[in-house]
Design a protein around this ligand. Structure first.
Ligand code: GLA
Length: 725
């Protein structure tokens, strides 16, 4: 049993393979957090301390005892107005306009299987793999109930948390702030590892100490954003890639989020993950419920590498779904960087011909095939094929492509509309826009109000009528702006941002139900919505609009802290690179793109015969490694922000096969040798390096490392396969 309840002590213990999480209902009904970390035995309520702390409030239940204060006690789900002056997990405006929320234990249930969330993506698992604990807390006056949900996947070392806010009172209330997880640490100094970025430079790792202030990261952009990824690591000061205690928190949501970390007056640390409170004002009438998106928690005492591996498995096996979850993904060539808007049917057919010749599985026709769409200023929303531009119907084009032995995929951006479009002219009231104000434009486009079913249904039918025109096997679902005009003519303002995201999920779910064989790749100007929420619907996401191999090793490094390689869209593009102007060899570009769902993003007609030969070989090589890359264990072997090289390794589950990847980031005269130390091998086994035939013990490769060649040339890459003998 992963979840234990001790009736007398009212202690809940959640055990996974290597971790323990414990909480207790105290004599006043408060749900106190006792412990989360490496597995242990016993009741941890002895950690709770009680002292008279000046200016910390005492609940009336304790009478004249000044040593009991919620300002000090570690809690599972702190509310406002109970004498806890730290950040709250929940803020509600009650019917009487007060903000007080005093949550006490009411009941609990333990059941087999993992809970699901209405309208939201969440970790899923078989009944044999997971258990659910539901603890209901209640405010005795407002009758607001909060159901705290805990999912325990013991073998995966994963604990998920979510909350359902239920208005069981008689009047209307408003949810102003709501989190799915709060963790209180009674001692220790912690660092926050967060992943900030911008368009074409996502998920840069930043490590900072959690000090005596409220550290807040998040998104108000309507999407999870390029700027901050909804996933963080909380690490003990001494934790490193291979050593030490660290906690990961991944928010399974694709909209506005907020993460807070605070060290309080008694050196205790509180971290909270939930919806962003700035744009939340969610009304709940009597009997209504708001479901807060899930946070996935995991702990490791073996550093960031082990923590990442726990998240990779969880996302690969318990978030990603569908036909392609554990299947090879097509090697594709995408028309975007090949031709941008400047293509016709012939261009696509030529791309397909070249693809067939090179062994590329699929051609993806990116933006520009519909409506009046010669650039990015018009046409969005008019999902009618521009047959004049293609020179044929979509069905005929697909037949031609398929006739060449190449599969066909297409780009869409269903959430958007251009003002210069028939859809906008017909339904100007379908966009998110504040009355009497000019809209904020992004890429000269507006956002459709996906919180409205009528709007979603219309676009759904348009998209289906495209997908029904031929054998479309892949869809790239894009979303190319941040949301600014958060106003719906139909839905109350404080709920639009949340309802919008649920609308997107609803659309995607319906699409998957109707077209279970189509592979959907997510995208939002590259990696602007690269989150576990989207991965529930789209098992791969275009990782960044930056295809420069050297920038990409850094972007993919940050991405790898939580997200498995099987979710990372990565392509070889032309040189000089379109985003940076940098030129890197085809071989290096190939090695970097192979740390993802491999493909190409260039005009195959413009490359030399020698390059064609190399691409043919590259694809064969990728197919040879594909399963190892997709399902193998991934190890970071360097920090490309600091080291002279970027190195990463894939090792098969049975440790029999490994693939080392190294990209040199620096070159100097008379350079010192870099020794790359491998990980995750069987120490006592002998491995042969394919190609050189040299043999090494696993222990040698891991402890002493492998010298990298000192060779002239910038950004050289090495890929070495090792087979256990
Ligand atoms: C976004 C995507 C690109 C491409 C363009 C098309 O920027 O990230 O890959 O699809 O849109 O307009």
């Amino acid at each position: 049993m992963a979840i234990l309840y001790q009736e007398k002590e009212r202690i809940f213990t959640l055990h996974t393979n290597k971790t323990t999480y414990q909480m207790k209902v105290d004599e006043f009904g408060f749900l106190l957090h006792l412990y989360y970390g490496a597995k242990l035995s016993g009741n941890m309520d002895y950690l709770l301390t009680y002292y008279d702390r000046g200016f910390s409030g005492n609940p009336s239940d304790v009478g004249s005892d000044r040593t009991y204060s919620m300002d000090v006690q570690p809690q599972e789900y702190p509310g406002l107005g109970i004498g806890d002056y730290r950040s709250s997990a929940l803020i509600i405006r009650n019917t009487d306009q007060s903000y007080c929320c005093d949550l006490r234990y009411k009941s609990h249930t333990i059941r087999n299987g993992k809970y699901a969330l209405q309208g939201l993506p969440a970790v899923y698992a078989d009944d044999s793999e997971a258990q659910t604990l539901e603890i209901v807390l209640e405010d005795a006056v407002s009758k607001v109930q909060v159901a705290l949900l805990y999912g325990v996947l013991d073998q995966a070392d994963i604990i998920t948390r979510s909350a359902e806010i239920r208005n069981c009172g008689t009047g209307s209330i408003c949810v102003k702030k709501a989190a799915s997880a709060c963790l209180d640490f009674v001692e220790g100094t912690y660092d926050l590892l967060s992943f900030w970025g911008r368009h074409t430079m996502e998920r840069n790792l930043e490590r900072q100490e959690i000090g005596h202030c409220d550290h807040v990261i998040g998104s108000r952009r309507g999407t999870s954003s390029h700027q901050y990824n909804p996933a963080v690591v909380i690490a003990r000061k001494d934790a490193t890639e291979d050593y030490g205690d660290c906690y990961g928190m991944v928010f399974v949501y694709s909209g506005n989020f907020m993460f807070e970390a605070e060290k309080d007056q008694f050196e205790q640390t509180r971290v909270i993950m939930g919806l962003h409170s700035d744009i939340l004002h969610y009304p709940l009438k009597q009997g209504e419920t708001l479901v807060i998106p899930e946070t996935i928690l995991s702990f490791s005492n073996k550093g960031f590498g082990a923590l990442s591996s726990q998240f990779h498995r969880c996302i690969r096996n318990h978030i990603c779904r569908g036909k392609y979850q554990h299947q090879p993904r097509p090697v594709l060539v995408n028309s975007w960087e090949a031709a941008y808007f400047n293509f016709n049917g012939e261009t696509i057919c030529q791309l397909a011909k070249d693809a067939a010749e090179l062994g590329i599985d699929m051609v993806v026709m990116d933006d520009g095939w519909f409506g009046k769409r010669e650039d990015d200023n018009s046409g969005l929303g008019d999902w009618q094929v521009n047959e004049k531009k293609l020179g044929c119907t979509l069905g005929e084009l697909i037949q031609k492509v398929n006739g060449l032995g190449v599969r066909f995929g297409i780009w869409i951006e269903p959430e958007m509309v251009s003002e210069d479009s028939n859809l906008y002219r017909k339904h100007p009231d379908w966009v998110l826009q504040v009355p009497n104000r000019e809209p904020v434009r992004g890429r000269n486009q507006l956002v459709l109000d996906f919180s409205r079913k009528e709007v979603r249904n219309d676009i759904f039918e348009e998209i289906c009528s495209i997908l029904d025109q031929g054998n479309i096997e892949y869809v790239k679902w894009d979303m190319n702006r941040s949301i600014a005009d958060v106003y719906s003519i139909e839905n109350s303002q404080g709920r639009v941002a949340y309802d919008y995201v649920l609308g997107v999920y609803d659309f995607l779910e319906n699409l998957l139900q109707k077209y279970p064989n189509i592979l959907i790749e997510g995208c939002s100007g590259g990696g602007g919505r690269f989150d576990a929420g989207m991965m529930y619907y789209t098992p791969q996401i275009w990782c960044s609009d930056n295809t420069d191999a050297i920038d990409r090793v850094r972007i993919q490094y940050g991405t790898s802290f939580f997200y498995p390689v099987s979710t990372v869209g990565s392509h070889v593009s032309a040189i000089p690179n379109h985003q940076t102007g940098r030129s890197v060899s085809l071989s290096t570009r190939g090695v970097v793109a192979m740390a993802g769902t491999f493909g190409y993003e260039l005009d195959l007609a413009k490359i030399t015969d020698a390059e064609k030969d190399e691409i043919r070989q590259q694809i064969q090589q990728y197919k040879h490694y594909e399963e190892l890359v997709r399902e193998g264990n991934y190890y970071r072997l360097s920090n490309p922000f600091q080291d002279e090289y970027a190195a990463w390794l894939f090792v098969s589950e049975d440790e029999k096969r490994a693939l080392l990847n190294v990209v040199m980031l620096a070159i100097h005269g008379n350079m010192a040798v870099n020794y790359v130390k491998l990980k995750g091998l069987c120490a006592d086994a002998v491995y042969e390096a394919i190609g050189t035939g040299k043999q090494y013990y696993g222990s040698a490769l891991m402890q002493a490392g492998l010298p990298m060649p000192v060779q002239q040339g910038e950004y050289l890459a090495y890929q070495i396969e090792f087979i256990q003998q």
